[in-house]
Design a protein around this ligand. Structure first.
Ligand code: PMP
Length: 299
């Protein structure tokens, strides 16, 4: 029994809506052998007016960017992609859902461009990934990839080996997650989310360059700017993180989730008193399209 589908589930595959069990994969696909595929992780939320896909345009722009830099053919427009995704949610009867589009490169046992691709969208009903508890994280022994060795800002399937290694290491040592440093020993991000720290009432998050520039990260920066919460994109070290008052992760899956500790350092500020906590509530309103512009109403 799959945790992702049942006998009523439909997926989109190259123009057809079919059961995941009817999908024919190509065992010669370059994605399977070399990790050259591009995907997205998108959320849809149940609202009073029906399913609302959060920042669908931005997610599909990032998908298209990934196919361009990886030279994988892909010919859908953003509007087509959004229409297909809403139709798929509707066919499945989903509103609160996680949506996973993937561009799979065609058969090629060599390293040149595969020349053709398949496009699949899967979705499943979904609650919260990490829940409301504060996370206990560690510094990973794995670095984020050098941006000169790949396009770190593209959501390429093969890049996730790095995240899987970091996540496995963190679970073995009894942690919920891992913080990965960049090649210059600055804090980069978590295995699948971006990181913010709070120090003396000011937020800091690593700049673009060595990170996946998360759509949630951008949303949070925009909310901060709107509400006058000071936020700066700049590098910081793990030692600096260990002198912060609090910290949180942002991502489509995680939304905004607070950290309890990093290695032996416990963040001293009570989560309920941090900017992160307020942003967590503002973000929840933002995704539902019902954000109040009154800061105090956010909690
Ligand atoms: N970093 C990594 C490595 C990720 O995989 C993700 C998830 N796409 C993020 C950050 C957060 O990005 P987003 O807010 O767009 O989900």
């Amino acid at each position: 029994m799959s945790p992702y589908y049942n006998d009523k589930t439909l997926i989109f595959a190259d123009g057809n809506y079919l059961s995941p069990t009817e999908l024919k994969g190509d065992s010669y696909s370059q994605t399977l052998h070399y990790g050259n595929g591009v995907f997205e992780g998108i959320r849809s939320y149940k609202t009073a007016t029906g399913a609302r896909i959060f920042r669908a345009k931005e997610h599909y722009e990032r998908l298209i960017y990934g196919t361009e830099v990886m030279n994988i053919p892909f010919h859908y427009s953003i509007n087509e992609l959004i229409d297909i995704t809403y139709k798929l949610l509707d066919l499945n009867g989903f509103q609160d859902a996680y949506i996973r589009p993937i561009v799979v490169a065609g058969a090629n046992m060599g390293l040149g461009s595969a020349g053709e691709s398949s496009f699949i969208i899967q979705c499943w009903e979904w609650g919260k990934l990490m829940g409301d508890k504060l996370l206990k994280v560690r510094t990973s022994s794995f670095q984020r990839p050098n941006p000169k060795s790949c396009f770190v800002d593209a959501k390429v399937t093969g890049h996730y080996i790095n995240s899987i290694l970091a996540r496995n290491e963190s679970s073995v040592s009894g942690h919920d997650e891992a913080i990965l440093l960049d090649i210059n020993n600055n804090v980069a991000e978590c295995s699948g989310a971006n990181v913010f720290i709070e120090k003396d009432g000011q937020l800091f998050t690593p700049p673009k360059g060595h990170i996946m520039p998360g759509i949630t990260r951008t949303t949070i920066i925009e909310i901060c700017q709107e509400f006058g919460i000071p936020v700066e994109e700049r590098h910081f070290t793990i030692d600096e993180m260990k002198s912060a008052d609090s910290a949180f992760f942002t991502g489509t899956a995680a939304e905004v989730v607070g950290l309890k500790s990093i290695d032996d350092y416990v963040f001293p500020k009570s989560w309920e008193e941090t900017h992160g906590y307020r942003l967590m509530h503002l973000y929840k309103q933002e995704v539902l399209g019902e954000r109040s512009n009154n800061y105090s109403k956010a909690i």
